[in-house]
Structures are given as structure tokens and as C-alpha cells.
Design a protein around this ligand. Sequence first.
Ligand SMILES: [Zn+2]
Length: 197
Amino acid sequence: MEEKFGLRALSTGEMLRTAVEDETEIGEQVEKRMASGDLVPDDLIVAMIAERIEEPDCADGVILDGFPRTLPQARMFDEHLAERGMALDLVILFEADDAAMVDRISGRFSCARCGEAYHDTNRPPSREGLCDVCGGHRFRRRADDNPETVRHRLEDYHMLTEPLLPFFREKGILRSVDAMADIGRIARDMESFVAAI
Ligand SMILES: [Zn+2]
């Protein structure tokens, strides 16, 4: 998507880490918040994104990943864009039911030697306990890929992020893809949405 449409993909998590590393003004505030165990406040996140999209590499448009995540973020960002004569063109919702998400995420594991990705039900190694690629026999799971953590993240999503949907639907810019479809299908759907802007 980046190459095909000349869009710059920005991940909020990555930007937060970079801001902290580079010790920017925003980074220092973020670090203070995180050190005291607080969530990074909405206005700080919006300020960070607003600053970043002014960079020359964003001139042809951006894809925002992981933002906005709350209704206040969406409203603030919308106002910020409007002041500059800009607006969001498209919001893509990855649709999936909770049980399927818990299964999809908590079933993930990978080869400890070569990093090949597997899944308990969707893609187990063809010989149990052995990596298809390198023959390794040690596997690892990310600590936050367990069912309980995934359910907790879903609760946050329903409470904080789901209220964004009517906001974007009213603007007529919300499209959705089936997050459980195969990756080729998802990519084709997303490209057709972007192409139609
Ligand atoms: Zn392997």
C-alpha cells in the first residue's frame, strides 16, 4: 500500500518509542507519564501525530496504524485537520468476533531458532514439535498472547475504541474488511478502498 499509493505508514507505538529515544519535547513528556504508570494522554498523542504528518515524507498522504484509539483523540485530530483544510479520507475497520480473535491471537507461536510463525489450529508444524523450516524443536510464545490478556485488550477495545465507529460512519468514510479472511483477500479489499478515494 505504501509503495503503490505513495502513502507513508505511521505506527503510533513506534512513534512513541522514537520520540522517547530522540528525547524530543513530546518524548520527554511521554516518558514521564509512562514512568509513573499512566496512560499517555490523548492530547499528547494527537500533538505527536500532528507534528509528524507535517514532515516532507508525509506530503502525499499517510496511513495511521493504531490511531485514533479513543473518541477524544478522533475529535481533536479531526479539528486539527479541519483547521488546515484537511480531513481523513478513509477509515478501515478490521471486523472479527471476540472468540475468533482470542483463538487467532492466543494460538500464535514461533520457532525459537528461525522465527517461523505457527498457530495451534490454523498452522501447526507438519511434524509435531519440529519446525518445518529449520527442524528446530524449541518454540516460543509472546507473553501477552495468552487468552486472558487478549480478552482484556478486547474489553479496552469495546470500551474505548468501538465508540469511534459511529463517528466515522456518520462522516461516510468507514469501510470494513473481514479480519479473518485470508491476507490476499484483505489486501485486495483495502487497495480497492484506497483506489476509490
Ligand atoms: Zn525454525
